[in-house]
Structure formats: structure tokens, C-alpha cells
Design a protein around this ligand. Structure first.
Ligand SMILES: Nc1ncnc2c1ncn2[C@@H]1O[C@H](COP(=O)(O)OP(=O)(O)O)[C@@H](O)[C@H]1O
Ligand SMILES: [Mg+2]
Length: 219
């Protein structure tokens, strides 16, 4: 499904954020990317979402090299992804309900179907009582739950989550990981970037360990 081949990434300053990254993810995998802060986890996620492009190397989604596709194709490609951003990126002028409903509306789902799906998700993520609020009036943990609900709403082929439990207490973190596992069992491929090694140890099957922009090991 996804393959990194000899990927290097440098930002504006000298030196590499990522060096010679090679790995592949099969359909149905549940993969953790872990390592200390600054190791390059977010950079890998941003390369997959095509927010960044590699300085060298190739990234394949299926047979397509995603660093060489047109802008129009990028939007088509992104519709296959569910993304939980490290900084949430909720739409500030839309309510909790509307934020989660948006990907379903974009997909052209019927109003009734959208309503029941959003309700179910908001209940599952324990945020239903805030459905009319704007993101600015929510705590970090609440915003994170809305961001996760939005990412999984439209049943993406590939779910990408960058530090999805960064603002959640251990109890809710585990609950969210179990939800990801449940989605994974139903066929969604999942990639989670996290520095939280206890979460990785508890839930990890396939783990990519990063250190200073290089893959240290893959298990
Ligand atoms: N937009 C950027 N511009 C310049 N340097 C960046 C940018 N984003 C990340 N970096 C650098 O790339 C390295 C990897 O960062 P990042 O991928 O965010 O790591 P992680 O998510 O593992 O904490 C760090 O040294 C960071 O300072
Ligand atoms: Mg990061």
C-alpha cells in the first residue's frame, strides 16, 4: 500500500531531518512510528500526506509515486486518508458537530446518514455534550477527540495519526488505541506516530524506531 524508497528530507537549514528511510506498509497493517522528539516522526507523516516532498527518494502509494502527482491528484489522493494532525487543525468557525460531519458531506453522504454517523462518533469519543461548541471553547484533550472523530468519520483507507494521545489521560489514550485497533480489524490501515513508548509496548505489533532521522530498527 505504501512504500518509502531511499527517502531523504532536509528542510531549509543544512543537515537531514530524515536519511535513507526505507519501509513498506501492507494493507491492513497497524504500524507505530516511534522515537524521541525531533527524530523525524512528523516529517514522515507529512511526507505521506504530501504536505512535504522528499529531497531525495520516492514514496509510493500503491503504484503511484506521490511526490510526482499533480495538485488535482493530490486532493483525490488525500480523500483516501484520515489524518489526525499533531496540532488538531479543526476548522475554527465550525462547531464540533460540523467539523466531524464535513468529510461525510464532502463524500456526498445523505443528511440522515451523516447525522447518525456523527452522533455515534461523538458518543464514542465522549464529546457529544459539546456538539454545538466551537473548537476554541474546548480543552486540548477535547479538541483531540474531535480531530480523531473527524479523521475516522469517512472510513479512510489509511488512517494517519500524529501523537494522537498527546493531550489525553492514560485511560482515554488506551481507549483511543483500542478504537484504532477495532477500525484496523475492520480493514483500515493505521499508522500512528508517537513518542509514548508505553503505548507502543502495549499495542505495537509492527514498530519503526527512529533516531536522529534514521531508522534504528523495524520489528
Ligand atoms: N518546517 C520545518 N522547518 C525546518 N526544520 C524542521 C521543520 N519541521 C521539522 N524540522 C526539523 O526536522 C527534524 C525532525 O522533526 P519532526 O519530524 O517534527 O520530529 P518529531 O515529530 O519526531 O518530533 C527536527 O530537527 C526539526 O527541528
Ligand atoms: Mg512530531
Amino acid at each position: 500500500m505504501l512504500r518509502f524508497v531511499g527517502v531523504y528530507k532536509s528542510y531549509s537549514h543544512p543537515g537531514y531531518a530524515l536519511q535513507n528511510i526505507n519501509f513498506s506498509v501492507q494493507k491492513g497493517d497497524f504500524v507505530f512510528i516511534t522515537g524521541p522528539s525531533g527524530a523525524g516522526k512528523t516529517t514522515i507523516i507529512k511526507l505521506i500526506t504530501r504536505e512535504e516532498t522528499p529531497s531525495q527518494g520516492r514514496i509510493f502509494f500503491g503504484n503511484t509515486d506521490i511526490s510526482r502527482i499533480s495538485r488535482r491528484k493530490i486532493y483525490q489522493y488525500r480523500r483516501k486518508l484520515g489524518i489526525v494532525f499533531q496540532e488538531f487543525r479543526l476548522i475554527p468557525y465550525l462547531t464540533v458537530y460540523e467539523n466531524v460531519a464535513l468529510p461525510l458531506i464532502v463524500q456526498g453522504k445523505k443528511k440522515r446518514e451523516t447525522e447518525s454517523r456523527v452522533q455515534q462518533l461523538l458518543k464514542e469519543f465522549e464529546i457529544i455534550h459539546k456538539y454545538r461548541e466551537l473548537p476554541s471553547s474546548l480543552s486540548g484533550g477535547e479538541q483531540q477527540r474531535v480531530a480523531i472523530a473527524r479523521a475516522v468519520a469517512a472510513a479512510p483507507e489509511l488512517l494517519l495519526a500524529d501523537e494522537p494521545t498527546g493531550n489525553l489521560d492514560p485511560f482515554l489514550s488506551r481507549k483511543i488505541m483500542k478504537l484504532f485497533k477495532k477500525l484496523n480489524l475492520k480493514g483500515t490501515t493505521v499508522i500512528v506516530a508517537t513518542h509514548d513508548i508505553s503505548l507502543v509496548e502495549e499495542f505495537g505489533e509492527r514498530i519503526i524506531y527512529l533516531s536522529y532521522g534514521k531508522i534504528k530498527k523495524i520489528v
